[in-house]
Design a binder for this molecule. Structure first.
Ligand code: SAM
Length: 221
């Protein structure tokens, strides 16, 4: 049975007033955000807040990021339809769903297995194919499918984990929040001739990236 969509108007307004109006103009990114039902990716009871201009809790102390920040990071990845993408921090699966709309293959790593299970469920309900959710420490990357044309880290790290820079393809783009545990700078790296150019994109506040090449945390892998 096809589920009717009571939130299509809210989604259009989110794209117009939170995303396009703030300068994200890539038509493929805007179309993907108009298509993916964000309310499928928030916990039960939060559906009516899914299109608000803020992050929302998804359990385990984690969040689904603010729509504008998701849009900005996605646009800056400059994805082509055949690209292979690695996401660190699957969370709800919403960002991965957008990546799958824009690229050829998406691997998304989540350290918390309950969130990974829920994300797989959310992606299936939204009819998204082309995403493989892996449970593990994403700071180590995912060597079996490297190199990646694009890497997106959706949790904050004191520095960009070296394995991820190593697993970025020539010409590849990497986006990550980098800095202190509370708020950070959003950084874009572009790999050219084996060297990385660093482009700052502004201030953000993300939950911590916990792992071998990130922050130490309780129960860290
Ligand atoms: N991209 C997500 C979405 O669309 O809902 C939001 C991600 S949330 C802000 C950050 C996620 O990173 C959390 O789910 C957290 O468990 C995960 N995380 C933190 N450290 C990680 C690590 N080393 N490897 C994989 N995931 C990690």
């Amino acid at each position: 049975m096809v589920e009717t969509d009571p939130y299509s108007r809210e989604r259009e307004e989110m794209v117009e007033f939170q995303v396009r109006a703030r300068g994200v103009r890539d038509p493929r990114v805007l179309a993907a955000m108009e298509k993916i039902p964000r309310h499928f990716f928030v916990p039960k009871g939060f559906e009516r807040s899914a299109y608000e201009d803020r992050p929302l809790p998804i359990g385990e102390g984690q969040t689904i990021s603010q729509p504008y920040i998701v849009a900005l990071m996605t646009e800056q990845l400059e994805l082509a339809p055949q690209d292979r993408v690695l996401e660190i921090g699957t969370g709800s699966g919403y960002q991965a769903a957008l990546l799958a709309e824009l690229a050829g293959r998406v691997i998304s790593i989540e350290r918390l297995s309950d969130l990974a299970d829920k994300a797989r469920e959310n992606l299936a309900r939204a009819g998204v194919t082309g995403v493989t959710v892996v449970v593990g420490d994403g700071t180590q990357g995912y060597p079996p499918e490297a190199p990646y044309d694009a890497i997106i880290i959706t949790a904050a790290s004191p520095s960009i984990p070296q394995p991820l820079i190593d697993q970025l393809a020539e010409g590849g783009r990497l986006i990550a929040p980098v800095g202190p545990r509370d708020c950070q700078d959003l950084i874009k790296l572009v790999k050219r001739e084996g060297r990385v150019e660093e482009i700052p994109l502004g201030g953000v506040c993300f939950v911590p990236l916990i792992g071998q090449f990130g922050w130490r945390g309780e129960g860290s892998l």
